[in-house]
Each structure stands twice: as structure tokens, then as C-alpha cells.
Design a protein around this ligand. Structure first.
Ligand SMILES: [Zn+2]
Length: 280
């Protein structure tokens, strides 16, 4: 019990200092504009990637920096997150990440209705000690979910790139979210591995994008963080070889996983319809 209270206190500090977010519902918030924005970007990504699944986008008037996908193939974006992202590119990254969870079958795998997989499900969240108050109620911190995050990140990179968005925005927005934890705890960034996973994937699959770069303070900070590791690999033939092997393996695994999820999704759709009918 004590641990939970402590964590809640940390989260209050985190929210106020890092995000300036308040817990109140704003009356001046233009929810129609927000829904349109999320819908426009989400639909663009879906169309560009020929995603046949019926996915709906929803906006929630809550101050948390949060977004999640659920088994009902709904992608929820919170007001707090909409106010936090600094460009449509960053919002596209968040939406693509959530779509990545759906397409990889992560939501169906959870097997529980209304269990979401969350943009914040990273190592940093666990570092706080327990689930983040108001942010992580639907977040299951397991080894499995960490793996899911890595998978959703790279699938998200593919999805947004195909829709014409800069995949480096994925690094930018995640570094902002993970990085703020670092400022408070003054320790090594827990999200570094996740950022490196995305950077390596972009370098291997979309090298031209790295040359273009991405204009945001957060991306610049992430580059400073990742450059020593990347440079070390560039300077080492054996590390480069290992990296190329890993990337090939990653692609093969991703294709296999997506194909399996596409099949499973059809089966699950049947189960889900039955469950809904039974609930009526
Ligand atoms: Zn996620």
C-alpha cells in the first residue's frame, strides 16, 4: 500500500513538472477539432497501408499523456497527449504505434475485453515502481508487454512512413515521454533501448530519412544520447555484421508475426462478435 501511495506522489510531481497537465476537464476544449485531427491522420495511415480491419479512432477528454488501442480495434487518444505532441508527425507516430499493437495481435493476445496496450508501456514506467496513477490502469507491466512495445514501435515506423510521415517523429515523441522520467530521477534513460531499437530499424530500412533528419528539440536530444552507441557500431566491422544479422532477423520475425496476427484476427473477430451477442 505504501508503495502505491509513494508512486502516486511521484506521478503528481511528474505530471505537474513535466507536462503542466491538470486533472480537470476543460470547457474550452474543441473536441470536434480534436476528433477530426485524429481521424484525418488515422485514416490517412490506414488507407496508405491498405489496412482492411475496421479500426475506429476516439478522443478522450482527459489530461493524461496517454493513448491506447483495445481489443475492439479502437485507438484512443487523450486530450493530454494531443496537447503534448508538437506536430502532426508526432501524433501520426503515436497513432501508428497503437495500430502496430492491433496489427501485431497484441490486443487480441491479452484476451480480455477493454484491456488496452499503452503508449507508455516502457521500462521507464516500471522504474517508477508500480503503475503510473491515472495513466497506467490498463497497462500490464510484464516482459511480454515490453517486447510488444518494441514490436509496435517498428511496425509503427513502417505504417507512418508509408503514409508519408517522417518516422523519426517516433523517436522524437517517445524521447519526450521517456526522457521526462530521466530528468526527475537523474539516472540513465530507461527508454534508451527502445529509442535505439527504432533508430536502428530506421537506419536499416529507411536510411534516407536519417539524412533528412527531424526538426525537434526532443529528436536532437535523442540523437545526442544515441550517437555514441551508433558511432561505435559504425566503427566496428563485427558490430555492423551483428547489427545487419539482427535487422534481417527482425524483418523476418515481423513478417511472420503480422501474417499470423492477420489470420488470428479473423478468428478473434468471430469470437468477439459471439461475446458481444452473448452480452446483449
Ligand atoms: Zn504501446
Amino acid at each position: 500500500m505504501k508503495k502505491i501511495i509513494l508512486s502516486a506522489v511521484f506521478m503528481c510531481v511528474f505530471n505537474v513538472m513535466a507536462f503542466g497537465a491538470t486533472a480537470t476537464t476543460r470547457t474550452d476544449w474543441n473536441s470536434t477539432a480534436a476528433v477530426n485531427r485524429v481521424n484525418t491522420i488515422g485514416t490517412k495511415i490506414i488507407k496508405a497501408n491498405g489496412i482492411g480491419q475496421a479500426i475506429t479512432f476516439k478522443v478522450s477528454d482527459q489530461a493524461d499523456i496517454n493513448a491506447y488501442a483495445n481489443i475492439n480495434k479502437e485507438v484512443y487518444v487523450y486530450r493530454g497527449l494531443l496537447e503534448y505532441v508538437t506536430s502532426d508527425e508526432e501524433l501520426a507516430a503515436v497513432i501508428s504505434h497503437e495500430l502496430g499493437h492491433i496489427l501485431n495481435g497484441h490486443c487480441a493476445k491479452q484476451g480480455v475485453l477493454n484491456t488496452g496496450v499503452n503508449i507508455l508501456a516502457n521500462v521507464a514506467a516500471r522504474k517508477v515502481g508500480t503503475l503510473a496513477a491515472g495513466v497506467g490502469q490498463q497497462l500490464v507491466s510484464t516482459k511480454m508487454s515490453r517486447k510488444d512495445e518494441f514490436e509496435a514501435d517498428i511496425t509503427g515506423v513502417d505504417l507512418m512512413t508509408k503514409a508519408g510521415y517522417n518516422p523519426l517523429a517516433m523517436i522524437s515523441v517517445l524521447n519526450k515521454i521517456c526522457g521526462n522520467y530521466v530528468d526527475i530521477f537523474q539516472t540513465h534513460p530507461s527508454g534508451e533501448k527502445r529509442l535505439l531499437n527504432i533508430y536502428n530499424y530506421v537506419e536499416y530500412n529507411y536510411p534516407a530519412k536519417l539524412k533528412t533528419g527531424f526538426k525537434s528539440e526532443s529528436y536532437t536530444k535523442a540523437l545526442t544520447l544515441l550517437t555514441p552507441t551508433v558511432q561505435k557500431r559504425h566503427n566496428s566491422a563485427s558490430l555492423t555484421k551483428k547489427y545487419e544479422k539482427e535487422q534481417k532477423k527482425l524483418l523476418a520475425k515481423k513478417e511472420k508475426r503480422m501474417a499470423k496476427a492477420a489470420k488470428t484476427s479473423t478468428i478473434w473477430d468471430g469470437y468477439y462478435t459471439t461475446l458481444q451477442l452473448m452480452a446483449q
